[in-house]
Design a protein around this ligand. Structure first.
Ligand SMILES: [Zn+2]
Length: 120
């Protein structure tokens, strides 16, 4: 599966209504399986320290949360991860993963065969 700029724009449009409603920027990660189907989706608001998912006081970033949500790691073989960030006005921003996520993603690629990571 390849992900192009237009696909990112399409996703940004899809989430535009959410941005308008909440007036916050958004960080979204989607995991696509080999066949292009969405296996998992996760998001976190920039700057918010979301609790939950059993992470006591820790923030789990969208990219890691999405991989975790897939559950079955065998599904990650040949899968792609797409990360996008949209600002308050609905514009795409740079969503380069943080250092910690980067390491986690590299490990997932080596260990489980995650094929590519695309970020806006
Ligand atoms: Zn991160």
């Amino acid at each position: 599966m390849t992900f192009k700029l237009d696909d990112f724009k399409g996703l940004a449009e899809k989430y535009a209504h959410w941005i308008m409603r909440t007036r916050t920027s958004l960080h979204i990660a989607l995991v696509y399986g080999r066949g292009g189907e969405v296996l998992a989706q996760s998001s976190n608001r920039i700057g918010s320290r979301s609790k939950g998912a059993g992470y006591s006081g820790m923030t789990i970033h969208a990219e890691r949360a999405a991989l975790k949500k897939v559950g079955d790691v065998t599904l990650l073989r040949g899968a792609s991860l797409v990360v996008i960030r949209i600002d308050k006005r609905g514009q795409l921003c740079n969503s380069c993963p943080c250092h910690e996520c980067q390491q986690h993603l590299t490990a997932a690629m080596k260990k489980y065969g995650l094929k590519c990571v695309y970020y806006s």
